[in-house]
Design a protein around this ligand. Structure first.
Ligand code: CMC
Length: 434
């Protein structure tokens, strides 16, 4: 990757009366960055930024977020335009290659992904090792990690051809692996992928078809799920993507790196929030109980948070949440669900929270996960599959980011430092004298 950062002045830092100058750069959009790579060497001090709230960990040309304005762009294209007008594989191509595909490229990419959707028969045995009630994210971490033991011909990260094959394999196989995790939990037989189906149609079929009868995918539901996948595909340097990059920075193979990303995504503050948000809406249950939960969320002594609210970067309405709310309406409409009680709770909760001083002041708005649970449940997925669907879609972003990192000449092994506040040096005291 060729750097596109431009010089934008300098920053002077004075420590103990001595001034040090550091270059400032700017990208295509967003704030300037102070280049502090030589900070320790020049000043003898570290910078301290747990949670990376002021740190750009890398240069990237994939996704841009303006959290104050509520803007999300994939390779420059607004997320709502892509979600409404494009489709999963076209956006995947865009994220991986930087440009929308031509018609020929589209056909070739579609064929490449479709031809990799089957998994090695031996991989099935991994599923039998799990309990039937295992969380499907636990299965995903294990099975995706195991891919590196199956596809040895695509683990050499220094070979661009192997990197490409590994990328195609993971994007193609993720729906098969995810659907198998679901089928395993229900006790139904695995359903093989079909090459005449679109990416998302294939996934729905592998989840919901049974060998005993024909299964027709509802096109409205399929289009809504495709849209939901596009919304989840990438989100710049979030926790799981940073995990993938950090794992990859040591030279680990891509299958292992994506498994690390899945593990990071699982947490309730990240991808697990969609599951947590639906559980919360179910717990609230009715509109009259909302004030009680809003009060709990505002109580500093209560760890409860409104799930699906707030974001590290967005200090405005999450642009993905708007598309997700529309998708929710489309799905409920297509299924003739006229009075979904949880939607009433969600709409009223959003209305109250957006007017409440606590949420207004802290700039806490609904995020993508607020409406996704209701939508995914209506589509027929059980709660514990929600984060799996997120992982399936985010795999594209993880791979695009990992691929970008591998060819970035400024890339080094990620190795943060720390502020040590433990004991000073002291001598061992033998047990007999303690
Ligand atoms: N409900 C109530 N209060 C909240 C919430 C919430 N959902 N989110 C943040 N706050 C408060 C928080 O208590 C803190 O208050 P104070 O300044 O008085 O200590 C303030 O707002 C700032 O919160 P923070 O935890 O310092 O902010 P953060 O940027 O570290 O956390 C977050 C961001 C997403 C983890 C957090 O907002 C949260 O836990 N939200 C609920 C979980 C959720 O919906 N996560 C999905 C994120 S979107 C999908 C994804 O990217 O994976």
């Amino acid at each position: 990757m060729k750097s596109k950062m431009n010089p934008a002045g300098s920053m002077t830092v004075t420590i103990d009366g001595v001034s040090h100058k550091f270059p400032l750069y700017e990208g295509a959009e967003g704030p300037k960055v102070a280049d502090i790579r030589a900070f320790y060497q020049k000043t003898g001090a570290f910078t301290f930024d747990p949670g990376f709230t002021s740190t750009a960990s890398c240069e990237s040309q994939i996704t841009f977020i303006d959290g104050d304005e509520g803007v999300l762009l994939y390779r420059g294209y607004p997320i709502d335009e892509l979600a409404e007008d494009s489709n999963f594989l076209e956006v995947a191509y865009l994220l991986l290659h930087g440009e929308l595909p031509s018609r020929e490229q589209n056909v070739a990419f579609d064929a490449a992904i479709t031809r990799h959707t089957m998994v090695h028969e031996q991989l099935k045995n991994f599923y039998n090792g799990f309990r039937r009630d295992a969380h499907p994210m636990a299965i995903m971490v294990g099975v995706v990690g195991a891919l590196s033991a199956f596809y040895h011909d695509s683990t050499d990260i220094n070979d661009p051809k192997q990197r490409k094959i590994a990328s195609h394999r993971m994007i193609a196989k993720m729906p098969t692996i995810a659907a198998m995790a679901y089928k395993y939990s229900t006790g139904q037989p695995f359903v093989f992928p079909r090459n005449d189906k679109s990416y998302t149609e294939n996934f729905m079929r592998m989840c919901f078809a049974v060998p005993a009868e024909e299964y027709e995918v509802n096109p409205v539901l399929c289009a809504a799920l495709d849209k939901i996948f596009i919304l989840h595909m990438d989100h710049e340097q979030n926790a799981s993507t940073s995990t993938v990059r950090l794992a990859g920075s040591s030279g680990a193979n891509p299958f292992a790196c994506i498994a690390a990303g899945i593990a990071s995504l699982w947490g309730p503050a990240h991808g697990g929030a969609n599951e947590a948000a639906l559980t919360m809406l179910e717990e609230i249950g009715s509109v009259d109980r909302i004030p009680e939960y809003v009060a709990k969320a505002k109580d500093r002594n209560d760890p409860f948070r409104l799930m699906g609210f707030g974001h590290r970067v967005y200090k405005n309405y999450d642009p993905r949440a708007k598309v997700m709310r529309n998708a929710c309406y489309e799905v409920l409409d297509a299924l003739n669900i006229r009075d979904e009680p949880l939607l009433q709770v969600a709409l009223e909760l959003e209305r109250i929270a957006l007017e409440d001083e606590y949420f207004v002041q802290k700039k806490l708005y609904p995020n993508i996960d607020f409406y996704s649970g209701i939508t995914l449940r209506a589509l027929g997925f059980p709660t514990d599959m929600f984060t799996v669907l997120f992982a399936l879609a985010r795999t594209v972003g993880w791979i695009a980011q990992w691929s970008e990192m591998i060819v970035d000449p400024s890339q080094k092994i990620g190795r943060p430092r720390q502020v040590y506040t433990g004991s000073n040096s002291r001598n061992y005291v033998p047990l007999s004298t303690r």
